[in-house]
Design a protein around this ligand. Structure first.
Ligand SMILES: [Zn+2]
Length: 289
């Protein structure tokens, strides 16, 4: 093999180095997403009904015996998720949601990979991975039970805020942090108004979640762009919610009585804003400027 030309010029070497960093980051993000996303299963299965998590975490809902494969296979993420889809070895009852661990793992892996590519190897990436993981769990619970559990929302807010504060302090820039706090509080206030006018359409859980989404998306925007970043998140949430809501109403035939969980749309809006908030806000504000 002849020595690569790309490596001989400084620009080529830089390109190869960047590509290597990106590939490594995506691979690590996918593995982290699969492992951590799968571990959301006990949270999604237990949090809506119990005050405290029941042990073993992967216990059968019927007899409590561990459903997680023992030995070496229990340690391999997707192998573990595929095994728990089968009937319980102790009581023979099949799990209610056999594919859910795999769904949680794959969605988390895809989102982690996209965030890895977008944010690069920084502390911010860990903060947004934590936010994404919490949003995946909240969305899954809201889809199934129509609730936004504070026992997932508050820890997610706490961990994300702690990591973003650490990142702000390390960068020596506290501006993004206080802007994110103000935008997060304002987002909750706006959603509270919608909730007071239309309590059936917008639950109080969505009011709390809007604060987390506003905070998380605003942190990435400079100056007034903190507001437009949050604007992109909520605009995307309402557009996606309206489109999919119409399809669901038409398909179910129950019209406006259908209760549609809004957390998955708020979560998707937050991810859209983190990934493409800058270009969308630019195109959007450019139309008025
Ligand atoms: Zn069992």
């Amino acid at each position: 093999m002849e020595p690569s030309n790309a490596g001989s010029s400084p620009a080529g070497a830089l390109l190869v180095a960047c590509l290597l960093v990106d590939v490594t980051l995506v691979v690590l993000s996918v593995v982290a997403g699969l492992v951590l996303g799968e571990e959301l299963e006990p949270v999604v299965a237990q949090v809506p009904e119990l005050k405290r998590l029941r042990l073993p975490l992967w216990g059968c809902a019927s007899c409590g015996a561990s459903r997680r494969a023992g030995g070496i296979w229990g340690l391999v993420p997707i192998a573990g998720a595929l095994r728990v889809r089968r009937a319980c070895p102790s009581c023979g009852v099949t799990p209610e949601h056999p594919w859910r661990p795999l769904g949680l793992a794959s969605v988390s892996a895809v989102v982690f990979a996209a965030l890895g590519l977008r944010l690069g190897p920084h502390l911010d990436l860990v903060a947004y991975d934590a936010l994404a993981l919490g949003l995946v769990a909240i969305s899954a619970i809201d889809l199934e039970k129509l609730i936004v559990p504070v026992r997932v929302l508050y820890p997610t807010l706490l961990v994300t805020a702690a990591l973003l504060t650490a990142s702000s302090v390390l960068d020596g820039r506290l501006g993004p942090l206080w802007r994110a706090v103000v935008v997060g509080a304002a987002s909750s206030a706006v959603f509270l108004c919608i909730h007071l006018v239309q309590p059936r359409g917008m639950g109080f859980g969505d009011v709390r979640l809007a604060g987390l989404v506003g905070f998380g998306s605003a942190w990435l925007g400079d100056g007034w762009h903190a507001v437009s970043r949050a604007g992109v998140a909520f605009l995307a949430a309402f557009v996606l919610g309206a489109l999919i809501g119409l399809v669901v109403m038409a398909a179910s035939g129950t019209g406006r009585k259908t209760r549609i969980p809004f957390a998955p749309f708020l979560a998707s809006g937050a991810i859209v804003s983190v990934l493409w908030g800058a270009p969308i806000a630019h195109a959007w504000l450019g139309r008025f400027g």
